[in-house]
Design a protein around this ligand. Structure first.
Ligand code: 5GP
Ligand code: MN
Length: 326
Protein backbone atom coordinates (compact mmCIF):
# COMPACT_ATOMS: atom_id res chain seq x y z
CA UNK A 1 0.00 0.00 0.00
CA UNK A 2 1.21 3.48 -0.90
CA UNK A 3 2.34 5.69 1.98
CA UNK A 4 0.17 8.76 2.56
CA UNK A 5 2.08 11.99 3.08
CA UNK A 6 1.66 14.07 6.21
CA UNK A 7 0.04 16.72 3.98
CA UNK A 8 -2.56 14.10 2.95
CA UNK A 9 -3.17 13.36 6.62
CA UNK A 10 -3.43 17.05 7.47
CA UNK A 11 -6.08 17.31 4.73
CA UNK A 12 -8.04 14.41 6.21
CA UNK A 13 -7.90 15.84 9.74
CA UNK A 14 -9.16 19.21 8.51
CA UNK A 15 -12.41 17.67 7.27
CA UNK A 16 -13.12 15.73 10.52
CA UNK A 17 -14.34 16.75 13.95
CA UNK A 18 -14.55 13.83 16.37
CA UNK A 19 -11.29 11.97 16.39
CA UNK A 20 -10.40 8.76 18.19
CA UNK A 21 -6.69 8.16 18.87
CA UNK A 22 -5.61 4.58 19.65
CA UNK A 23 -2.18 3.14 20.46
CA UNK A 24 -0.93 -0.37 21.24
CA UNK A 25 -1.75 -2.28 24.40
CA UNK A 26 0.94 -2.53 27.11
CA UNK A 27 1.71 1.06 26.13
CA UNK A 28 5.18 2.58 26.42
CA UNK A 29 6.27 6.21 26.49
CA UNK A 30 5.97 6.49 22.73
CA UNK A 31 2.42 5.10 22.56
CA UNK A 32 1.19 7.33 25.42
CA UNK A 33 3.32 10.40 24.66
CA UNK A 34 2.40 10.51 20.96
CA UNK A 35 -1.31 9.93 21.73
CA UNK A 36 -1.49 12.70 24.34
CA UNK A 37 0.54 15.14 22.23
CA UNK A 38 -1.67 14.57 19.20
CA UNK A 39 -4.83 14.82 21.29
CA UNK A 40 -3.73 18.14 22.86
CA UNK A 41 -2.80 19.46 19.45
CA UNK A 42 -6.14 18.45 17.87
CA UNK A 43 -8.00 20.14 20.73
CA UNK A 44 -5.96 23.30 20.13
CA UNK A 45 -7.20 23.48 16.53
CA UNK A 46 -10.83 23.07 17.56
CA UNK A 47 -11.29 19.31 17.10
CA UNK A 48 -12.74 16.97 19.71
CA UNK A 49 -10.30 14.16 20.43
CA UNK A 50 -10.41 11.05 22.60
CA UNK A 51 -7.56 8.72 23.51
CA UNK A 52 -8.02 4.97 23.92
CA UNK A 53 -5.65 2.36 25.21
CA UNK A 54 -6.64 -1.12 26.33
CA UNK A 55 -4.41 -0.67 29.39
CA UNK A 56 -3.97 1.99 32.05
CA UNK A 57 -1.21 4.55 31.68
CA UNK A 58 1.77 2.96 33.50
CA UNK A 59 2.67 4.67 36.79
CA UNK A 60 6.01 5.88 35.50
CA UNK A 61 4.18 7.89 32.82
CA UNK A 62 1.40 9.36 34.92
CA UNK A 63 3.19 12.70 35.13
CA UNK A 64 1.83 13.32 31.61
CA UNK A 65 -1.50 15.15 31.91
CA UNK A 66 -4.41 13.50 30.24
CA UNK A 67 -8.14 13.89 29.79
CA UNK A 68 -10.68 12.04 27.67
CA UNK A 69 -8.68 8.84 28.17
CA UNK A 70 -10.60 5.56 27.85
CA UNK A 71 -9.77 1.91 28.60
CA UNK A 72 -13.11 0.62 27.36
CA UNK A 73 -15.01 1.06 24.12
CA UNK A 74 -18.31 1.00 25.99
CA UNK A 75 -17.86 4.39 27.64
CA UNK A 76 -17.30 6.39 24.47
CA UNK A 77 -19.53 9.48 24.58
CA UNK A 78 -20.29 9.50 20.85
CA UNK A 79 -19.44 8.23 17.37
CA UNK A 80 -16.23 9.25 15.69
CA UNK A 81 -15.58 10.35 12.14
CA UNK A 82 -11.84 9.60 12.14
CA UNK A 83 -9.62 6.97 13.76
CA UNK A 84 -5.91 7.67 14.14
CA UNK A 85 -3.75 4.68 15.09
CA UNK A 86 -0.37 5.52 16.58
CA UNK A 87 2.77 3.43 17.14
CA UNK A 88 1.27 0.27 15.66
CA UNK A 89 0.51 -1.10 12.23
CA UNK A 90 -1.65 -4.16 12.89
CA UNK A 91 -5.22 -3.91 14.24
CA UNK A 92 -4.60 -6.71 16.75
CA UNK A 93 -1.99 -4.55 18.51
CA UNK A 94 -4.90 -2.42 19.80
CA UNK A 95 -6.34 -5.38 21.77
CA UNK A 96 -9.32 -7.62 21.07
CA UNK A 97 -12.09 -5.19 22.09
CA UNK A 98 -10.76 -2.31 20.05
CA UNK A 99 -10.02 -4.57 17.10
CA UNK A 100 -13.67 -5.58 16.86
CA UNK A 101 -14.78 -1.98 17.52
CA UNK A 102 -12.61 -0.84 14.61
CA UNK A 103 -14.01 -3.53 12.34
CA UNK A 104 -17.64 -2.73 13.06
CA UNK A 105 -17.38 1.07 13.38
CA UNK A 106 -14.71 1.97 10.84
CA UNK A 107 -13.85 -0.83 8.42
CA UNK A 108 -17.43 -1.95 7.73
CA UNK A 109 -18.73 1.64 7.59
CA UNK A 110 -15.82 2.70 5.37
CA UNK A 111 -14.93 5.54 7.75
CA UNK A 112 -11.49 7.11 7.58
CA UNK A 113 -8.58 5.43 9.33
CA UNK A 114 -5.12 6.97 9.56
CA UNK A 115 -2.05 5.06 10.73
CA UNK A 116 1.05 6.99 11.86
CA UNK A 117 3.86 4.64 12.78
CA UNK A 118 7.53 3.69 12.58
CA UNK A 119 7.40 -0.12 12.70
CA UNK A 120 8.31 -2.51 9.87
CA UNK A 121 5.91 -4.70 7.86
CA UNK A 122 2.48 -3.05 8.16
CA UNK A 123 -0.49 -5.42 7.87
CA UNK A 124 -3.31 -2.85 7.67
CA UNK A 125 -5.08 -2.20 4.36
CA UNK A 126 -7.95 0.20 3.71
CA UNK A 127 -6.30 2.98 5.69
CA UNK A 128 -4.17 6.04 5.09
CA UNK A 129 -0.80 4.83 6.28
CA UNK A 130 2.10 7.11 7.05
CA UNK A 131 4.98 4.84 8.01
CA UNK A 132 8.55 5.99 8.40
CA UNK A 133 10.80 3.32 9.89
CA UNK A 134 13.66 5.84 10.13
CA UNK A 135 11.77 7.97 12.65
CA UNK A 136 13.18 7.43 16.14
CA UNK A 137 9.70 7.50 17.68
CA UNK A 138 6.10 7.86 16.56
CA UNK A 139 6.20 11.13 18.49
CA UNK A 140 8.69 12.45 15.92
CA UNK A 141 6.05 11.83 13.23
CA UNK A 142 3.42 13.62 15.32
CA UNK A 143 5.90 16.50 15.67
CA UNK A 144 6.31 16.61 11.87
CA UNK A 145 2.52 16.52 11.43
CA UNK A 146 1.98 19.44 13.84
CA UNK A 147 4.64 21.38 11.90
CA UNK A 148 2.59 20.84 8.71
CA UNK A 149 -0.21 22.83 10.35
CA UNK A 150 2.23 25.70 10.99
CA UNK A 151 1.16 25.75 14.62
CA UNK A 152 3.33 26.47 17.66
CA UNK A 153 3.96 23.57 20.04
CA UNK A 154 3.26 24.40 23.70
CA UNK A 155 5.34 23.18 26.64
CA UNK A 156 2.86 20.45 27.58
CA UNK A 157 2.90 18.95 24.09
CA UNK A 158 6.70 19.37 24.07
CA UNK A 159 7.02 17.27 27.25
CA UNK A 160 4.84 14.51 25.76
CA UNK A 161 6.84 14.51 22.54
CA UNK A 162 10.21 14.52 24.32
CA UNK A 163 8.99 11.54 26.38
CA UNK A 164 8.47 9.59 23.13
CA UNK A 165 12.04 10.25 22.03
CA UNK A 166 13.68 9.59 25.41
CA UNK A 167 11.83 6.29 25.84
CA UNK A 168 12.16 4.92 22.30
CA UNK A 169 15.87 5.84 22.02
CA UNK A 170 16.58 4.85 25.67
CA UNK A 171 18.03 8.36 26.14
CA UNK A 172 19.88 8.27 22.81
CA UNK A 173 21.56 4.95 23.52
CA UNK A 174 19.65 2.86 20.94
CA UNK A 175 20.77 2.75 17.33
CA UNK A 176 17.58 4.52 16.21
CA UNK A 177 19.02 7.74 17.74
CA UNK A 178 19.59 9.95 14.71
CA UNK A 179 20.30 13.59 13.99
CA UNK A 180 16.61 14.45 13.78
CA UNK A 181 15.95 12.99 17.24
CA UNK A 182 18.57 15.35 18.72
CA UNK A 183 17.39 18.37 16.70
CA UNK A 184 13.74 17.85 17.60
CA UNK A 185 14.65 17.26 21.26
CA UNK A 186 16.66 20.49 21.33
CA UNK A 187 13.70 22.39 19.92
CA UNK A 188 11.34 20.77 22.42
CA UNK A 189 13.69 21.73 25.28
CA UNK A 190 13.70 25.30 24.02
CA UNK A 191 9.89 25.31 24.09
CA UNK A 192 9.95 24.12 27.71
CA UNK A 193 9.81 20.31 27.63
CA UNK A 194 10.52 19.07 31.15
CA UNK A 195 13.49 16.76 30.71
CA UNK A 196 14.23 16.71 34.46
CA UNK A 197 10.72 15.51 35.17
CA UNK A 198 10.92 12.84 32.44
CA UNK A 199 14.27 11.57 33.73
CA UNK A 200 13.27 11.56 37.36
CA UNK A 201 9.95 9.78 36.72
CA UNK A 202 11.13 7.29 34.13
CA UNK A 203 14.66 6.45 35.27
CA UNK A 204 15.13 7.38 38.93
CA UNK A 205 11.93 6.09 40.36
CA UNK A 206 12.69 2.43 40.86
CA UNK A 207 11.21 0.41 43.70
CA UNK A 208 13.40 -2.09 45.57
CA UNK A 209 10.97 -4.87 44.67
CA UNK A 210 11.96 -4.31 41.05
CA UNK A 211 15.52 -5.22 41.98
CA UNK A 212 14.20 -8.32 43.77
CA UNK A 213 12.30 -9.32 40.62
CA UNK A 214 15.35 -8.67 38.44
CA UNK A 215 17.49 -10.82 40.71
CA UNK A 216 15.15 -13.75 40.05
CA UNK A 217 15.02 -13.04 36.32
CA UNK A 218 18.79 -12.78 35.95
CA UNK A 219 19.23 -16.05 37.84
CA UNK A 220 17.74 -17.71 34.70
CA UNK A 221 20.31 -16.11 32.40
CA UNK A 222 21.78 -18.24 29.63
CA UNK A 223 24.48 -17.03 27.26
CA UNK A 224 24.78 -18.71 23.87
CA UNK A 225 28.32 -17.87 22.76
CA UNK A 226 27.99 -19.06 19.14
CA UNK A 227 25.05 -16.76 18.39
CA UNK A 228 26.08 -14.11 20.93
CA UNK A 229 22.67 -14.26 22.50
CA UNK A 230 21.68 -13.74 26.13
CA UNK A 231 18.32 -15.15 27.17
CA UNK A 232 16.43 -14.89 30.44
CA UNK A 233 12.83 -15.33 31.50
CA UNK A 234 10.27 -14.55 34.19
CA UNK A 235 7.41 -16.72 35.40
CA UNK A 236 4.12 -15.67 36.98
CA UNK A 237 5.53 -16.94 40.26
CA UNK A 238 8.42 -14.45 40.14
CA UNK A 239 5.93 -11.57 40.03
CA UNK A 240 3.82 -13.09 42.80
CA UNK A 241 6.80 -13.69 45.07
CA UNK A 242 8.05 -10.11 44.68
CA UNK A 243 4.62 -8.45 44.57
CA UNK A 244 5.45 -6.92 41.18
CA UNK A 245 3.76 -6.59 37.79
CA UNK A 246 4.98 -6.90 34.21
CA UNK A 247 5.76 -3.16 34.26
CA UNK A 248 8.58 -3.95 36.68
CA UNK A 249 10.32 -6.06 34.02
CA UNK A 250 10.34 -3.53 31.18
CA UNK A 251 13.83 -2.86 29.86
CA UNK A 252 15.26 -6.30 30.69
CA UNK A 253 15.95 -7.35 27.07
CA UNK A 254 17.53 -3.97 26.40
CA UNK A 255 19.80 -4.18 29.43
CA UNK A 256 21.29 -7.46 28.13
CA UNK A 257 22.80 -5.88 25.02
CA UNK A 258 24.85 -3.42 27.05
CA UNK A 259 27.26 -6.30 27.84
CA UNK A 260 30.16 -6.89 25.47
CA UNK A 261 29.77 -9.89 23.18
CA UNK A 262 26.01 -9.88 23.67
CA UNK A 263 24.55 -8.99 20.28
CA UNK A 264 21.02 -10.21 20.91
CA UNK A 265 19.13 -9.79 24.19
CA UNK A 266 16.01 -11.88 24.73
CA UNK A 267 13.57 -11.64 27.61
CA UNK A 268 10.68 -14.09 27.81
CA UNK A 269 7.75 -13.36 30.14
CA UNK A 270 5.03 -15.80 31.15
CA UNK A 271 1.66 -14.20 30.34
CA UNK A 272 -0.34 -17.21 31.52
CA UNK A 273 0.27 -20.95 31.63
CA UNK A 274 1.98 -21.99 28.39
CA UNK A 275 1.74 -18.49 26.91
CA UNK A 276 4.94 -16.48 26.64
CA UNK A 277 5.72 -12.93 25.52
CA UNK A 278 9.16 -12.63 23.94
CA UNK A 279 11.05 -9.32 23.74
CA UNK A 280 14.06 -9.14 21.42
CA UNK A 281 16.74 -6.47 21.24
CA UNK A 282 19.93 -6.00 19.22
CA UNK A 283 22.22 -3.11 18.40
CA UNK A 284 22.93 -3.78 14.73
CA UNK A 285 23.52 -7.50 14.49
CA UNK A 286 20.50 -8.75 12.54
CA UNK A 287 16.95 -7.88 11.54
CA UNK A 288 14.77 -8.81 14.49
CA UNK A 289 11.53 -7.67 12.81
CA UNK A 290 11.96 -10.46 10.25
CA UNK A 291 12.99 -12.88 12.98
CA UNK A 292 9.90 -12.07 15.10
CA UNK A 293 7.79 -12.41 11.94
CA UNK A 294 8.71 -16.09 11.74
CA UNK A 295 7.04 -16.49 15.13
CA UNK A 296 3.98 -14.43 14.16
CA UNK A 297 5.16 -11.16 15.73
CA UNK A 298 6.88 -8.04 14.45
CA UNK A 299 8.47 -4.74 15.41
CA UNK A 300 11.64 -2.96 14.33
CA UNK A 301 15.01 -4.25 13.10
CA UNK A 302 16.46 -3.52 16.55
CA UNK A 303 13.49 -4.21 18.82
CA UNK A 304 10.82 -6.75 18.15
CA UNK A 305 8.52 -9.20 19.90
CA UNK A 306 6.04 -12.03 19.62
CA UNK A 307 3.78 -14.25 21.69
CA UNK A 308 4.30 -18.02 21.83
CA UNK A 309 1.85 -20.70 22.95
CA UNK A 310 3.54 -23.79 24.37
CA UNK A 311 6.29 -24.96 26.69
CA UNK A 312 9.07 -22.54 27.64
CA UNK A 313 11.81 -25.13 26.97
CA UNK A 314 10.45 -25.64 23.45
CA UNK A 315 10.30 -21.90 22.82
CA UNK A 316 13.92 -21.39 23.90
CA UNK A 317 15.03 -24.38 21.78
CA UNK A 318 13.19 -22.99 18.75
CA UNK A 319 14.67 -19.50 19.18
CA UNK A 320 18.22 -20.82 19.50
CA UNK A 321 17.84 -23.21 16.58
CA UNK A 322 16.28 -20.50 14.37
CA UNK A 323 19.13 -18.10 15.25
CA UNK A 324 21.78 -20.75 14.55
CA UNK A 325 20.37 -22.26 11.38
CA UNK A 326 17.40 -20.09 10.24
P1 5GP B 1 8.51 -5.01 23.39
O1 5GP B 1 9.57 -6.06 23.47
O2 5GP B 1 8.94 -3.73 23.98
O3 5GP B 1 7.17 -5.48 23.84
O4 5GP B 1 8.33 -4.76 21.84
C1 5GP B 1 9.38 -4.35 21.02
C2 5GP B 1 8.85 -3.92 19.69
O5 5GP B 1 8.28 -5.04 19.01
C3 5GP B 1 7.76 -2.91 19.82
O6 5GP B 1 8.04 -1.89 18.91
C4 5GP B 1 6.49 -3.61 19.49
O7 5GP B 1 5.64 -2.81 18.74
C5 5GP B 1 6.92 -4.83 18.70
N1 5GP B 1 6.18 -6.00 19.15
C6 5GP B 1 6.26 -6.60 20.35
N2 5GP B 1 5.43 -7.67 20.43
C7 5GP B 1 4.82 -7.76 19.23
C8 5GP B 1 3.85 -8.67 18.66
O8 5GP B 1 3.38 -9.63 19.29
N3 5GP B 1 3.46 -8.41 17.38
C9 5GP B 1 3.97 -7.37 16.65
N4 5GP B 1 3.54 -7.19 15.40
N5 5GP B 1 4.89 -6.52 17.15
C10 5GP B 1 5.31 -6.69 18.41
MN1 MN C 1 7.46 3.50 19.16
Amino acid sequence: MQNSTLSDIKGIIETKNNILIVSHYSPDGDAIGSSLALSDFLDSIGKKSFVYNRDQIPNYLDFLDYKNFYNTTEAFPQDFDLLILLDLNAFERTGEDMESYINSNFVNDKKSIVVIDHHENPTINNANLHIDTDAASTGILVYRLIKKFNKKINSKIATSLLTTIITDTSSFKNSNSNIESFMVSAELMEIGAELDLINSRIFANEEIKKLQLKTKIFSTLKFEQEIRTAICFSTTMFYEETNTTKDHSTGIANSLISYSNVEIGIFIREIEQNKWKTSLRTNNYCDLASFANKFGGGGHKNAAGFTFNGELELLIKKIISELKHG
